[in-house]
Ligand binder design. Structure first.
Ligand SMILES: *Cc1c(COP(=O)(O)O)cnc(C)c1O
Length: 387
């Protein structure tokens, strides 16, 4: 089976993790700050806070922005459930904005008209989570302008997008957002096994997220409500969690980060090769906005079902039967049973539904060979019965 994604672990990664195992600290040592520093330097953000997953990062990002009961969080329906669930964790209501038919990202025009209506009804969101699907950045300049006009905060869910660029600058610099989050799950661009990070240029947000990821407990006299009882003293000043990243994970992250630009370049080279190989097939290849240098976490094609002789499901099954580990990213979140129970209807977001009816993620990872890629393409030809 050719998987849809696969981590790349090299000798230097193994040695970096072993070194931590032989050291004094397995957690709360010097390597997590080193990883944070390296990601901050790479992306240009002022603060980077490592946590145990992107889901945790989304949760503390929402809390730091003050999201709570009675508030609203909006995101794209075409994303992993975590982009929306973070709102529910905080007691907020979640709603969605339909996708752009070309980029499959949250559509700024749809956002604007929904905001206008929400304003009249007094139901404006407090937070919008902009998901950079497949690694392609959202139209952040437009979303930022709307945030200024309608007074909401912006989180970039860049789980797919580390190493990519928007307007020639690394994603993660938070130029057009309050907080950006990354995921280091093994299928993503770089991995720490499990792991995530929240980046921000705002000192207050960084301080708040730092407390929230570790029980709301501090040893910093400046954050305490009254003077320390003695040198042993710590205070709980907020209700936080244990969302800490371990030293083992951070060591893997530091080592992986050194190859980030190579990974993204390899992913882009393979994606462009797919574009060429698939040009004659009845599929839509991923359109790229000129402002975007995508991390290319996923390569999603859409079947032109009006001219293909097989159904979406038949094509998908045929690929799996031929040993191609295709996948579907994502089942629109609002159609999940948990969200349906809140009253969402499948056709609330028609572009997302159309996408779901046609999309297939083809295998793509930096160590994929061109021979494997050719195998995927001929299996696809076979599946679409155009061979
Ligand atoms: C993977 C992913 C997440 C969650 O990442 P974890 O690190 O597994 O918690 C969130 N959002 C998107 C878009 C993702 O792809």
């Amino acid at each position: 089976m050719i998987p849809y994604g696969r981590q790349d672990i090299q000798q230097q990664d193994i040695e970096a993790v072993l070194e931590v195992l032989r050291s004094d600290f397995l957690t709360q040592g010097p390597v997590v700050p080193r990883f944070e520093q390296a990601v901050a330097e790479k992306t240009g953000a002022t603060h980077a806070l490592a946590v145990n997953s992107a889901t945790s990062a989304l949760h503390i990002a929402c809390l730091a922005l003050g999201l709570g009961e009675g508030d609203r969080l909006w995101t794209s329906p075409v994303t992993f459930v975590a982009s929306a669930n973070c709102g529910l964790y905080c007691g907020a209501k979640v709603d969605f904005v339909d996708i752009d038919p070309r980029t499959y990202n949250l559509c700024p025009e749809a956002l604007e008209s929904k905001l206008e209506q929400a304003k009249q009804e007094g139901r404006l969101p407090k937070v919008v989570v902009a998901v950079h699907l497949c690694g392609q950045p959202c139209d952040m300049q437009a979303i930022h302008a709307l945030a200024q006009r309608y007074g909401f905060r912006v989180i970039e869910d860049a789980s797919h997008a580390i190493g990519g660029k928007y307007q020639d600058e690394y994603i993660g610099n938070c130029r057009y957002s309050d907080i950006t989050i990354f995921s280091f799950h093994p299928v993503k661009i770089i991995t720490t096994a499990e792991g995530g990070m929240a980046l921000t240029n705002d000192d207050q947000l960084a301080q708040r997220m730092n407390l929230l990821r570790s029980h709301g407990v501090t040893r910093d006299p400046e954050l305490m409500t009254h003077e320390a009882d003695g040198p042993w003293y710590y205070q709980q000043v907020d209700l936080g969690f244990n969302y800490r990243m371990t030293e083992l994970q951070a060591a893997l992250g530091v080592s992986q980060l050194e190859r980030l630009d190579d990974y993204v370049a390899q992913r882009n080279a393979l994606a462009e090769r797919y574009d060429n190989l698939l040009a004659e097939l009845p599929v839509t290849t991923p359109w790229q906005h000129p402002d975007s240098y995508s991390g290319r976490h996923l390569y999603v094609i859409r079947l032109k079902l009006d001219i293909v002789g097989v159904s979406h499901r038949q094509a998908f099954e045929s690929l799996r039967e031929q040993g191609i580990g295709v996948n579907l990213h994502y089942i629109p979140v609002h159609t999940q049973p948990y969200y349906q129970a809140m009253g969402f209807q499948p056709d609330d977001f028609p572009e997302a539904q159309r996408y779901y009816a046609e999309a297939i993620s083809l295998p793509l990872y930096p160590t994929m060979s061109t021979a494997q890629q050719d195998e995927v393409v001929s299996a696809l030809q076979q599946a679409l019965e155009v061979a």
